[in-house]
Design a binder for this molecule. Structure first.
Ligand code: ADP
Ligand code: GN1
Ligand code: MG
Length: 369
């Protein structure tokens, strides 16, 4: 995070129609992209909590379009939650307007900020603690995809074009190896070879989409476990967050990214690779939950491609971490040296384990088809 950002966080906080006076504003959560702060305000002795976020406008180049997506999707979800007699303040994100009535604030240095109501009594996990939680999150992401099926896709801005276009990510990776701006390529020859050996498989999803075998849907595109809040009291998946990448995409992306993160027996940046593996138990509960949540909407072709989605999202993510390492760690936030390389290693170890367990993964999916 830049010093500029810290310096402007109070200017930003004071631009929003929050209740009371700002009491504290500290860095929060473990997202890799935005700068997130827990903002605590006080009014007549009562505390009010918010999430203040500096959006990463180097990555999201069209903030106006992005915020239109967030506003559109959260308003749409709010209506459904109200119809189902749910609690819209906890079951979806709620934007707090600026004092001037806007959805975001641009500070005097050109940073873009937004504020959400803080969702309390719920947790974002980096590792599955109970299989039941992972089942719940599968159901919630599947259900989310079903709800979005009714969303007017034409109104959505493509916030990061080609986000899960793996062959296009591969082109960027090859360029990063060739340019080798930090002189790190020699040190990661084995990792580069790992990616290149799998280059041919990368085009399948795009090919099936182009042929019409896999339908384009409105998807979340970043369905890792720490982008869903689990209610502490009931253990139920309560709110899907991080809506910046909602765009037209493939159902196997949402399924696959959840498996990549949640069915791994280790954290995404674990340094001890002996801890990394695909838990078939977690894979199975997620398949069950996701398909229940999708409520029969997925075609047979989509369901049979779920294992491929899991492998591709893992390979793509590892390749993105490696690309960022080669480019000098300019994309994902890092908190230690070689952090992106560590993350790349866990992803590749997981891909290798999926390759070993491929027959079992396919058999599990067949069981629920
Ligand atoms: P990033 O794009 O950087 O991942 P996120 O929007 O996922 O940013 O937010 C980062 C973290 O902040 C989340 O993982 C979660 O822990 C926390 N967070 C985000 N929004 C809320 C909210 N409305 N209430 C409570 N915590 C939140
Ligand atoms: C980023 O924003 P966050 O931390 O939820 C990234 C995802 C990666 C993920 C890897 C916009 O997600 O695509 O899969 O890191 N988001 C963006 O943990 O690039
Ligand atoms: Mg996130």
């Amino acid at each position: 995070m830049s010093a500029d950002c810290c310096e402007k966080k109070l200017e930003a906080a004071n631009a929003f129609a929050v209740k009371g006076e700002v009491k504290s504003c500290e860095r929060y959560g473990s997202g890799h992209i935005n700068d997130t702060f827990l903002l605590i305000c006080e009014e007549n002795g009562a505390e009010h909590k918010y999430i203040l976020q500096r959006m990463n406008h180097m990555i999201f180049k069209d903030i106006e379009g992005l915020m239109k997506n967030v506003k559109g999707v959260t308003s749409f979800l709010r209506k459904q939650i109200e119809e189902n007699h749910g609690n819209p303040e906890r079951e979806t994100l709620n934007l707090v307007p600026t004092k001037e009535g806007g959805d975001y604030y641009k500070d005097s240095l050109g940073n873009y900020w937004r504020v959400y109501l803080f969702i309390g009594g719920a947790t974002c996990y980096n590792l599955v603690e109970k299989p039941e939680d992972f089942y719940q999150s599968g159901k919630a992401f599947g259900h989310f995809q079903s709800l979005l099926a009714e969303y007017p896709a034409k109104e959505l801005t493509e916030t990061i074009p080609n986000f899960h276009n793996t062959p296009s990510r591969f082109v960027t990776f090859q360029k990063a190896v060739e340019e080798d701006v930090k002189g790190r390529a020699a040190e990661v020859e084995a990792e580069i070879a790992f990616v290149r050996e799998r280059a041919e498989e990368m085009g399948l999803a795009m090919k099936l989409q182009a042929e019409g075998t896999l339908p384009l849907r409105v998807t979340h595109n970043d369905t890792k476990l720490n982008n869903i809040m689990i209610d502490d009291a009931s253990g139920q998946a309560m709110c899907i967050i991080d809506l910046d990448t909602i765009m037209p995409g493939l159902s196997i992306f949402d399924f696959g990214d959840s498996i990549r993160f949640g069915a791994n027996t280790a954290e995404e940046d674990e340094q001890d690779l002996s801890k990394v593996s695909l838990s078939l138990e977690l894979f199975e509960v997620y398949v069950k939950g996701f398909l229940e949540g999708c409520a029969g909407r997925l075609t047979e072709a989509e369901v049979s491609m779920l294992p491929y989605g899991a492998k591709m999202m893992t390979l793509e993510c590892g390749m993105r971490f490696l690309t960022d390492y080669l480019q000098g760690d300019t994309y994902f936030h890092i908190t230690r040296e070689k952090h992106n390389l560590d993350r790349c290693h866990t992803q590749f170890a997981l891909v290798a384990d999926m390759e070993k367990k491929w027959a079992e993964m396919e058999a599990i999916v067949k069981k629920y088809q």
